[in-house]
Design a protein around this ligand. Structure first.
Ligand code: NAD
Length: 251
């Protein structure tokens, strides 16, 4: 329980990777602040399970992030995880989707960081963990906004690492390949239809085609890395981009 007395905010923690990280940090004694969308019953169950508070709000809006940070109070561990994807050729990419994806995946992390950093500096201890993607290191066609936002998030992480290095505070990103979450599972039926493929073909020939292990990363694997990055032994991980992609970006 090495995180007792620490307060952790995980954005987008009502499902998938964010929820797994919230569970991992809670298991080590951190006081958890949840954010993200979900029905009332789900959120009530999660706040009870994790003895957590939940702050609603749309983090693609600056006001939503500012309200979250005001309600969350001083944060020792900031996990920027909320994110969304949209796929279209660049000349057809809806401008409002571009704005939304950059706002949620990148700008929200700037706002949470700028508001969390004063407490971390004052306390002389902090952890910022940004959930980027293999797409922070490499590109895929039709994902212009997502790839740009995730490359930007990796750059923001490095800048924070340099600014905070002498304040006992680290900033790193974790860059997963395909992770088995509701986000990914829900894409399967549509992809089956549009590509006229079976479920197995979608998984093998679309999703895992670039993931050398041919296996999904599990949300709990990402959570274990996030917990490790909070340890004292990890205090020299600073400005790192930790790939957890089964070897995708090693190519
Ligand atoms: P998910 O859809 O399961 O969870 C996303 C979370 O973000 C949810 O809690 C949702 O409510 C919240 N959210 C969405 N829009 C929001 C908004 N406007 N304001 C506030 N909260 C919002 O997704 P996931 O697969 O767990 O992905 C989490 C992060 O991991 C994302 O940043 C994603 O880009 C990244 N990632 C995922 C994968 C993958 O294969 N699943 C791979 C690489 C990176």
């Amino acid at each position: 329980m090495f995180l007792q007395g620490k307060r952790a905010l995980i954005t987008g923690s009502t499902s998938g990777i964010g929820l797994a990280i919230a569970r991992g940090l809670h298991a080590e004694g951190a006081q958890v602040v949840l954010s993200g969308f979900g029905d009332e019953a789900t959120i009530a169950a999660l706040t009870a399970e994790l003895s957590a508070i939940h702050v609603p709000g749309d983090l693609s809006q600056r006001e939503g992030v500012e309200a979250l940070m005001a309600a969350a109070g001083p944060i020792d561990i900031l996990v920027n995880n909320a994110g969304a994807q949209f796929v279209a050729p660049v000349e057809e990419f809806p401008v409002e989707k571009w704005d939304f994806i950059i706002a949620l995946n990148l700008t929200a992390a700037f706002h949470t960081a700028r508001l969390a950093v004063p407490h971390m500096k004052q306390a002389g201890w902090g952890r910022i963990i940004n959930i980027a993607s293999a797409h922070s290191l490499t590109a895929s066609p039709f994902k212009s906004a997502y790839v740009s936002a995730k490359h930007g998030l990796a750059g923001l992480t490095k800048t924070l690492a340099l600014e905070l290095a002498t304040f006992g505070t680290t900033a790193n990103c974790i860059s997963p390949g395909y992770v088995w979450t509701p986000l990914v599972e829900n894409q399967i039926p549509d992809t089956m239809k549009t590509r006229n493929m079976t479920r197995e073909e979608v998984i093998r020939d679309v999703m895992l085609v670039r993931q050398p292990t041919k296996r999904f990363v599990q949300p709990e694997d990402i959570a274990a890395m996030a917990v490790f990055l909070c340890r004292e032994e990890a205090s020299n991980f600073n400005g790192s981009n930790v790939s957890m992609d089964g070897g995708w970006t090693a190519e």
